[in-house]
Design a protein around this ligand. Structure first.
Ligand code: KG4
Ligand code: ZN
Length: 364
């Protein structure tokens, strides 16, 4: 019988502090515990993530999250075979908090240390949840990221396209702020959109006229601002129905852009890998039902299977970080204590870097 391999994972690259225990054994891969503490309340008054507050809060609760994960998984540190930590990309203060915590644990226990790319965590999640075989196409769409990735192996990614400015979740959050809706904006905008008319306001579909899979969402956000301001100028304020119609128009525009760019990415994928057919999404925006169903429809039309992992593993968590270390441990050496925290860390080392700066700081 193969010996079970158990990894403790840590994640602190944005505004969630997380610890998880993931075990690989004859029974397959199991998430024994996944603890996530959100910092949402700490940042609410500032309308965005404040890096300094985030870093301090991560440092304060990381050890508590680890203790809780160990308890819930019913294991002790001595049972763990390795320590995995997000070493980038992200807000550097938070990443440093996690890396220092992981180094301390590795030094004290003598266990191997794995510095994991946060984006690789999201990108490999469909293998943790659905045992998806390489190579597959992934759309990572959240508050901090938006990219199409051809996932070919544990450390082998090709970026087919991505946003050149805002990530869609960031745009949902900004639109919510413009319309006086609560944060995080995505769920609030989706709820309002359900009772809105998507055709009332003609909002742009940025970059649809440009070939390829790159995307842009900041112009759409500006168009929402102008629509709001012209209504306020004409009527002296916004009616509830105006708010709903703007939300519906904005959501329809994002869904249409993502669906069309996904169609192009799927064609590229099928050209490059004709024998493999899986399209996966991950990230908070994948929770949006109209976006998810638009992506699923395109996938069906292209004859490609569609997989969206459960939401708790789609959004930021540490189980995905532990899982990457499980795959890496079987193929590559562990990192040394000289592991450094990286604010930028593109998965695809060949494609040119993207412009812009998102919720997580500089775009990867
Ligand atoms: O993956 P995530 O938890 O964190 C990172 O950004 O890494 O994603 C959070 C983002 C937020 O911007 C939030 O507004 C958006 O995902 N989001 C949604 C929905 N639920 C969360 N966007 C659109 N529709 C939703 N239902
Ligand atoms: Zn993330």
């Amino acid at each position: 019988m193969r010996r079970a391999h158990t990894i403790l994972g840590l994640e602190s690259s944005c505004d969630d502090t997380a610890a998880a225990i993931v075990r690989q054994s004859d029974k397959g891969t199991q998430v024994l515990a996944s603890v996530v503490r959100s910092q949402e309340k700490l940042h609410a008054a500032y309308g965005g993530v404040v890096p300094e507050i985030a870093a301090r809060a991560h440092a304060e609760v990381l050890d508590l999250c680890i203790e809780e994960a160990l308890q819930r998984a019913d294991v002790i540190l001595a049972d763990v075979d390795g320590i995995a930590v997000t070493a980038g990309p992200g807000l550097i203060g938070g990443v440093v908090s996690g890396v220092m915590c992981a180094k301390g644990l590795a030094l004290a226990t003598g266990k191997p240390l794995f510095g994991v790319n946060h984006l690789a965590g999201h990108a490999l999640t469909p293998r943790l949840t659905d045992q998806v075989a390489y190579p597959y196409l992934m759309l990572l769409v959240s508050g901090g990221h938006c990219q199409f990735l051809l996932v070919k192996g544990t450390d082998d990614f090709v970026r087919l396209g991505g946003t050149i400015d805002d990530a869609p979740g960031e745009a949902f959050d900004k639109v919510a702020r413009l319309l006086g809706l609560p944060q995080p904006g995505g769920p609030a905008v989706e709820a309002a959109a359900q009772q809105g008319d998507p055709a009332r306001f003609a909002l742009p579909r940025p970059l649809l006229d440009r070939a390829g899979c790159d995307m842009s969402f900041s112009g759409l956000k500006t168009a929402v601002l102008r629509t709001r301001d012209s209504l306020v100028g004409a009527q002296g304020g916004l009616h509830l129905q105006d708010q709903r119609d703007i939300c519906a128009g904005f959501q329809a525009a994002v869904a249409e852009v993502l669906a069309e760019k996904a169609r192009r990415a799927l064609h590229l994928y099928l050209e490059l890998e004709p024998q493999h057919k899986t399209f996966c999404v991950a990230g908070g925006v994948a929770a949006n039902m109209s976006i998810r169903s638009a992506l699923e429809t395109v996938s069906e039309q292209c004859g490609v299977g569609f997989i969206a992992p459960p939401l708790a593993l789609c959004t930021d968590n540490a189980a995905m970080i532990a899982y990457v270390a499980l795959e890496r441990a079987a193929q590559f050496p562990a990192d040394g204590l000289d592991l450094s925290a990286r604010p930028r860390w593109p998965l695809d080392r060949v494609s040119p870097a993207l412009l812009g700066s998102g919720k997580k700081g500089a775009k990867a």
